[in-house]
Design a protein around this ligand. Structure first.
Ligand code: URA
Length: 488
């Protein structure tokens, strides 16, 4: 060892981070190192050897936050989730170079460091996608409304994935067990815990029929192409997925049913009186979505019983808006659209079609749940055309204020609400231009797309679900492409 090497050996720092994705620890250490101008080759990044612990929140050092270009700031939380032991050192090297004269480094795709970090980011994104799509909850026997799932992620993605499942299944209590750690949601808070074992999650027999229906309805016959199936849904996930056992039967039954299924899509009855409803509300003309929502929150349901009005959800200016029929039982309880079984199916299909649900605006033609009580169950009742007409005033203004580029009608009720006409889905499925009165009562034309409602897919006989679901996802792929065109 020469003198320079000996000196660098003496001045070498070791940073020890918590196992898993220790983002707070990494950020704090990085800030300190950059502030003290410690170069990457003088640092050994290590991970404490205590498997199963989840990121302890490290005390931030007294160093100022780093001012990093957005692509670098976005890359860090993704890459720290990768299992590559060099991930922290690579990120340190990137940040060091960016802050020392190479501010646009992330744009240099040919740079070996940028390339490698890009691969790590991609691997984590893919792992997250797989977990969102292939994780399966099972009911825990004897504990109503409590579910557990087993999953083996490739990377340290549990904490980030948990946020996704909170968003999707906020109203349920669930646990996700993995070999590295577990996470538990009690309806209000997330708690991380030690690793689980697959044996702790009930096997298939514990399934509630509704969940199984839902899973079967999401089966995509494209996956019967073995190569495509393995690429999209690697074999390692199959043992956790009940529908994989059902694949042969689903495939046998899938062929040639589309037309027949679509014919069964119900069509609304003809009675409606939108003009009266519009006139009744014409004195209220809210100028913002919040003001509009306040009106509907105060409004009494047309039919008694609903817990609350279920408002639309999503960002103002969203490129895509999806219009459903009316809230269901879960939506009524939680006050959010599309969170029950049909909503879960829609979420799954959106994801498969490459549409980010959180970037879209989701709403309903009718804002209150209409149901009939049968014992303890509340059975959905289809809104009449008059009820749809009553709420149309609100939907029109809502869409005006959100300003989507493309409005997707999910099912016949949404089509009726958006066009004022009863148009069979079979005839109109696909791109459509909706005529819609604007605020002055004139006609505005805007881009639309008509497809089936996800609850229609849930109601289909088992043997017809797979094909109908695949067609639905295909529609959503077309919606995604149209949305991209219109937003460009
Ligand atoms: N069906 C709908 O049309 N909307 C929802 O929010 C849920 C189910």
């Amino acid at each position: 060892m020469d003198a320079a090497e000996a000196l660098s050996e003496r001045t070498r720092r070791t940073v020890s981070l918590a196992p898993g994705a220790d983002l707070p620890g990494f950020r704090a250490a990085l800030r300190g190192l950059i502030t003290e101008a410690v170069a990457p080759d003088a640092v050994a990044w290590t991970v404490a050897d205590a498997p199963g612990l989840f990121p302890a929140i490290a005390e931030p050092r007294e160093a100022a936050p780093l001012r990093l270009p957005r692509p670098v700031a976005a890359l860090i939380p993704m890459v720290v989730q990768h299992r590559d032991p060099e991930r922290y050192a690579l990120l340190h090297a990137l940040v060091w170079r960016v802050l020392n004269g190479e501010r646009a480094l992330c744009e240099v795709a040919s740079d070996p460091l940028v390339h490698r970090l890009g691969l790590l980011r991609k691997a984590v994104a893919r792992d997250l996608h797989k977990m969102h799509a292939f994780l399966r909850f099972r009911r825990i026997a004897g504990e109503p409304e409590r579910f557990a799932a087993w999953f083996e992620p490739d990377h340290h993605i549990l904490a980030q994935a948990a946020e996704f499942f909170v968003d999707r299944f906020r109203g349920l209590r669930w646990s996700i067990l993995t070999p590295d750690g577990s996470v538990h949601w009690d309806g209000a808070e997330l708690a991380f815990g030690p690793p689980g074992r697959r044996a702790e999650v009930p096997e298939g027999d514990g399934f509630e029929a509704g969940w199984l229906d839902y899973y079967e309805s999401t089966f995509n016959p494209a996956r019967t192409n073995l190569r495509a199936m393995k690429a999209e849904m690697p074999r390692k996930y199959w043992h956790n997925m009940p529908e994989t056992a059902a694949i042969p039967a689903l495939v046998r039954a899938a062929a040639g049913r589309t037309a027949q299924m679509i014919e069964r899509e119900p069509v609304m009855s003809a009675k409606r009186d939108p003009a009266k409803a519009v006139a009744a509300m014409a004195d209220q003309e809210p100028q913002t979505l919040d003001a509009l929502n306040a009106v509907i929150r105060r409004a009494d349901p047309l039919v008694p019983g609903a817990t609350q009005a279920v408002l639309g959800e999503g960002p103002l200016g969203a490129t895509l808006a999806f219009v459903g029929e009316q809230p269901g039982d879960q939506e009524d309880r939680q006050g959010r659209p599309f969170v029950g079984p049909a909503g879960m199916l829609l979420t799954r299909a959106l994801e498969e079609a490459g549409i980010d649900r959180s970037a879209a605006y989701l709403t309903n033609a009718v804002k209150h749940f209409k149901f009939e009580e049968r014992g303890k169950r509340r059975i959905h009742q289809k809104p009449t055309a008059g009820e749809v007409g009553h709420y149309r005033w609100w939907l029109d203004r809502e869409l005006d204020l959100v300003g989507p580029k493309l409005v997707v009608a999910l099912g016949a009720t949404a089509v009726l609400a958006l066009t004022g006409k009863q148009i069979p889905i079979t005839r109109a499925r696909g791109p459509f231009r909706f005529d819609r009165p604007n605020r002055e009562g004139g006609g505005t034309r805007f881009q639309g797309f008509i497809t089936v409602h996800p609850s229609y897919l849930l109601r289909l006989p088992d043997e017809a679900k797979a094909e109908a679901y695949a067609a639905f996802v295909d529609d959503l792929r077309r919606v995604a492409a149209l949305g991209r065109e219109l937003a460009a």
